[in-house]
Design a binder for this molecule. Structure first.
Ligand code: ZN
Length: 433
């Protein structure tokens, strides 16, 4: 097969060579953190595992896990494995509680990240002539500079507008004739609605949208495509702890996301037993980096949920795929003994004609001591309110058959639920545990 990746190809070709490459990277990383990072050395010694114990890829299961709490507790330079003379930058992700997570980057880390991001742009079919309007946040956050470095490494024209400011976004779409927009899904939806409202679609040259930093549902993607008049929307996953955005991309053949397995190992584990799930089952994404110097990850529990896709992709790029992010294990609500996560709601709504992509899920415990779930969802712009009752019934029925829990459904007018330029809050769980 003819791989779409010519300028940013996989570091090795074929599954066997990839496994060898991953083992070498794992051994290098374990040796390095054991020698250079007190935090990791203490963790490994407590678990009774030493660098020489890592003889095969399966030996990764002997290594202890780390998570966001470790990064906060080891503040201000958690996981630091390089000398300060080699560290050229830090990034930070804001935690909702407590201290920030700070990650260190050496020049090699920055270069590797740009290579991975360049690969994303190549996979999305971007060309050197493309003009890339980057509508995500700059600063300590990894998004802006990640999209930008990758764009420059790739060689397209970067237009670093940043998030928000619809007036300016629309001006730039017209004046710069931007062909690509990079943003969160919520921001892309706002921008698409604004372009539609201003009736400027025939004045712009937009061809592709690359989404990052937020889970996007089929319904949102459909609306973005319709209102902007484009065919291609790509989804970039990524988290600050693992360089930032740009560590994988969906290709145009399917919904799965190719991930850059020549830079990190992805384990999909049952969040309770921490053992690998059966192939194709949903589990938590756990990351181990292969060549990261500043703040390497060994078995970092991301809390993000997805599943591996086993079948080979028609694009021929040769790198493995996982499904889109289906939610977070800590967003998962347990309702009457059933696990419910927002990704399932997205999927269900996307399949109901007349249901918009925007919704809010309320969970409460009432006087009878039982838990109740209410879904408030927008009807699409072309639906009349006379159809609300039938729409609500159809959604409730689908929810019941897919999730095995009852849910009351309220239909809201199109455009009435809050939109955000960053990530939209959708689950409101008022139960006090
Ligand atoms: Zn593919």
């Amino acid at each position: 097969m003819n791989s779409p990746l010519k300028r940013f190809p996989p570091k090795v070709s074929g599954p066997e060579a990839l496994r060898d490459y991953q083992l070498k990277g794992l051994q290098w990383t374990v040796e390095r953190v054991y020698s250079n990072c007190t935090f990791y050395r203490n963790k490994m010694e407590a678990a009774g595992v030493y660098p020489e114990d890592i003889q095969s890829l399966d030996d990764i299961e002997r290594l202890p896990f780390i998570d966001a709490d470790d990064l906060r507790n080891d503040y201000p330079f958690p996981l630091r494995t390089a000398d300060f003379s080699e560290i050229v930058r830090i990034h930070s992700s804001s935690g909702t509680t407590g201290k920030r997570k700070i990650l260190c980057y050496t020049q090699k880390d920055i270069d590797d990240w740009a290579y991975m991001f360049g690969r994303c742009y190549e996979m999305a079919g971007i060309t050197l002539e493309d003009r890339v309007q980057i509508c995500v946040g700059y600063g300590l956050w990894t998004a802006g500079v990640g999209f930008q470095n990758g764009c420059e490494k790739f060689g397209a024209l970067a237009i670093p507008v940043g998030p928000g400011n619809m007036e300016m976004q629309c001006d730039f779409l017209i004046d710069m004739q931007s062909t690509v927009v990079c943003s969160t899904a919520s921001m892309a939806l706002l921008l698409a609605e604004e372009v539609h409202r201003r009736k400027i679609r025939d004045k712009i040259k937009l061809k592709k949208v690359i989404l990052g930093a937020e889970r996007a549902s089929d319904g949102m993607i459909r609306t973005i495509k319709e209102l902007l008049g484009i065919d291609e929307v790509y989804d970039i996953p990524g988290l600050t702890e693992l360089y930032g955005p740009g560590t994988g991309l969906n290709c145009r053949y399917g919904s799965g996301i190719h991930y850059w397995a020549d830079f990190y190992i992805l384990e999909i584990l049952n969040p309770e037993t921490l053992k690998p799930v059966a192939p194709g089952e949903i589990g938590e994404m756990v990351y181990t980096t292969l060549g990261k110097e500043g703040s390497p990850l060994i078995r970092y529990r991301s809390r993000d949920l997805t599943r591996l896709l086993a079948d080979e992709c028609a694009c021929g790029c040769g790198l493995p795929r996982h499904d889109r992010i289906l939610g977070r294990s800590d967003d998962m609500c347990i309702l009457r003994g059933v696990n419910v996560y927002p990704g399932q709601i997205d999927e269900i709504l996307s399949a109901v004609s007349g249901a918009g992509s925007e919704y809010q899920l309320y969970i409460e415990r009432r006087g009878d001591g039982k838990d109740y779930m209410t879904l408030r969802v927008e009807r699409t712009a072309n639906m009349h309110e006379s159809g609300d009752k039938a729409l609500a019934e159809s959604i409730a029925k689908k929810l019941k058959s897919r999730l095995m829990v009852s849910c009351s459904v309220d239909i809201a007018p199109h455009g009435s639920l809050p939109r955000s330029e960053k990530k939209t809050k959708r689950v409101f769980d008022s139960r006090a545990y």
